[in-house]
Design a protein. Structure first.
Length: 107
């Protein structure tokens, strides 16, 4: 068995951890899917359509914003959410590469 390279950039590791943690929650995935379906959507439509508490929705959106998964823009009194598709694509691809590497090692 080979030894793993242990030289890990802690800052990059933290960012990666935040992104994966944000994506790994079932309710946040529902929110992401809803935003994807609508392209841009305000928080009221998210919590009313998904039948969530406003405060819970806001907490999950805060985590998604902090991880860079969603972006916001203001139109009047409404804040609209959009997805950062390139960031999501990189995360999905990276997880796929990781899983493929584990499959090879297990064989």
């Amino acid at each position: 068995m080979r030894k793993a390279k242990v030289n890990i950039n802690n800052e990059k590791l933290q960012v990666s951890s935040d992104v994966l943690r944000a994506l790994a929650h079932p309710l946040r995935m529902k929110i992401i899917e809803f935003v994807d379906k609508n392209k841009t959507v305000n928080v009221n439509k998210i919590y009313n359509t998904l039948k969530l508490e406003q405060s819970i929705t806001s907490q999950h959106l805060k985590i998604l914003r902090a991880a860079g998964i969603v972006h916001t823009h203001r139109e009047g009194k409404f804040i609209h959410y959009t997805l950062d598709y390139p960031k999501i694509a990189v995360a999905v691809k990276t997880v796929g590469v990781f899983l493929e590497a584990n499959e090879v090692e297990e064989e």
